[in-house]
Design a binder for this molecule. Structure first.
Ligand code: ATP
Ligand code: ZN
Ligand code: MG
Length: 295
């Protein structure tokens, strides 16, 4: 198999962003991303209100969602310069001399957003969800510090998520229905996909136990497809959070603490799987696939 990353860059579909996992996206890539996003939106049975979350969050949200203990290795926090003119000169001199000028910066209290739906729960804090649950379409540009030469593993990428916050039954049913719907949708685009039980890469000593629990309770399923390597990658995931966010943000239903579930479409990964499957010339993609994506 030829190297997908090189091929995409040669054809101007992606451009190297200057560090592993950073890319600029060409028009052809963006058209495919927009098509995927519109296709999944058309499958949403709830006509959910749509929010594009800020790509930058307060660092406190990483604490409130327990991201700090679960995935500290993936976080990206923002520093800023708070000094005076003299310190600014020292900083610039250090920088131009190849020194560690970032040592002269301080925390801003801001972080890059690691997951789209984590922007929603703070907005619902303290609220009671209506009967049937609250349904939302949430998207965001996310950052995860996992540099790689595999184009499927970017450091910034977009997620389109469909989220429910409601009773345990509503959360589970929502998650299962999206998994089926999405398998069909990816297959309608010619992708060879499978659903697998999965776990998150929890950090540290508790990781084994957390991952095992997630697998045993079948909290996470991934839809996988081949991208740049023989081992397929997750192009979307269906996640049942139990009452994790409901408890953290005091969200309720008429019967107790709210539970939640999300179905997350990895927009870049889904587009990459299509380029892998149908080739780098979008004009020669099967006409039914092109039509479904509005290309
Ligand atoms: P992986 O196991 O591949 O690291 P994940 O379990 O961390 O994926 P989720 O947290 O479920 O992924 O994120 C939802 C979706 O976002 C994934 O199914 C995938 O399509 C996409 N995604 C996750 N990490 C990346 C990344 N580094 N680059 C591009 N897309 C990603
Ligand atoms: Zn989510
Ligand atoms: Mg991951």
């Amino acid at each position: 198999m030829s190297n997908l990353r090189d091929e995409l860059i040669e054809h101007g579909i992606l451009a190297d962003g200057g560090a592993p996992g950073l890319y600029h996206r060409g028009g052809a890539f963006e058209n495919v991303v927009s098509g995927i996003e519109a296709l999944f939106r058309s499958l949403d049975p709830y006509d959910s209100p749509r929010w594009v979350m800020s790509p930058v969050t307060t660092a406190q949200v990483l604490v409130d969602t327990d991201y700090v203990e679960s995935f500290p290795q993936l976080m990206g926090l923002l520093d800023g310069f708070h000094g005076d003119a003299r310190e600014a000169r020292t900083l610039a001199d250090t920088a131009h001399d190849g020194g560690e000028w970032w040592q002269q910066l301080d925390a801003t209290g801001l972080a890059l957003r690691p997951a789209a739906c984590h922007g929603l729960y703070p907005l619902l804090a303290g609220r009671q969800m209506p009967p049937g649950g609250g349904h939302y379409e949430i998207s965001a540009t996310c950052f995860r510090h996992e540099p790689s030469d595999n184009p499927a593993r970017m450091q910034t990428f977009r997620m389109q998520e469909f989220v429910v916050v409601g009773t345990p039954e509503e959360a589970r049913a929502f998650r299962d229905a999206w998994l089926e719907r999405a398998l069909d949708a990816h297959r309608s685009l010619g992708l060879v996909v499978e659903a697998e039980a999965a776990n998150d890469p929890f950090f540290g000593r508790a990781s084994q136990m957390m991952s095992q629990g997630q697998l045993e309770k079948e909290l996470k399923f991934e839809i996988v497809a081949p991208i740049a390597q023989e081992t397929p990658n997750a192009i979307s995931s269906a996640n049942y959070h139990e009452d994790h966010f409901g408890t953290s943000f005091a969200i309720t239903t008429s019967t107790g603490v709210a539970e939640s579930a999300c179905f997350a479409v990895g927009l870049e990964r889904s587009a990459l799987a299509l380029f892998r499957r149908h080739g780098v010339e979008v004009s020669s993609w099967p006409t039914d696939v092109a039509a479904r994506l509005g290309l």
